[in-house]
Design a protein around this ligand. Sequence first.
Ligand code: DX5
Ligand code: ZN
Length: 223
Amino acid sequence: MKKIKLSPSALSCDFANAGVQIQAAKEGGAEYLHLDVMDGIFVPNISFGQPVVKSIGKSTDLVLDVHLMITEPIRYIDDFVKAGADIITVHVEACEDVRATLEKIKASGKGVGISIKPKTPVSEIIPYLELCDLVLVMTVEPGFGGQKFMADMMPKCVELRDYAQAHGLSYEISVDGGVSVENARLCVESGANLLVAGSSVLGKENIKQAAIDLLNAANGVEL
Ligand code: DX5
Ligand code: ZN
């Protein structure tokens, strides 16, 4: 089984103290840092863009896991590569030419990620899975942190895990939205190995402890 990894979402940071807060998450065991880029069109919210990704990236050596919730992300792949992204995830629903978008990320040498919104079935991304290093299953409607986890998305993780096994693929299966100590084990048992968590880690008072608790819960360690 793949190692379970935590990708705290910077959307829940206090941006004036982001460096310190991200370091605390790292001390609690986080290996990735999830950066949510929103354009106000693909999702009904605006977050931040390349300059913020760049300056946060300079302050940490965590793997920069950039989640682009923007229309036609192919237009900005080069910019996010320059900003320091290690993995770039795009939404299948946002791309006119999904394959060209993923190939552009691949050609840059960065990790290739694809994501599906709650209403999008796994079948929509099957043709692209052989190109992907990461598959992100949204467990809330994208756009905002702090929403309720949708447990009914778990069969998608199972489907993705089974597909990877059957086809000799090794993409990471990530879940994003409402992930907490209450559901982290369920995510892992369903096949996810990369847990994105905003409010339940960087949104907490004691960030390091929150990261430890979430990883313990995901690994099935009794609290
Ligand atoms: C939502 C974003 C998430 C968000 C998760 O559209 O993609 O990454 O930051 O936040 P929580 O964990 O609070 O649901
Ligand atoms: Zn996200």
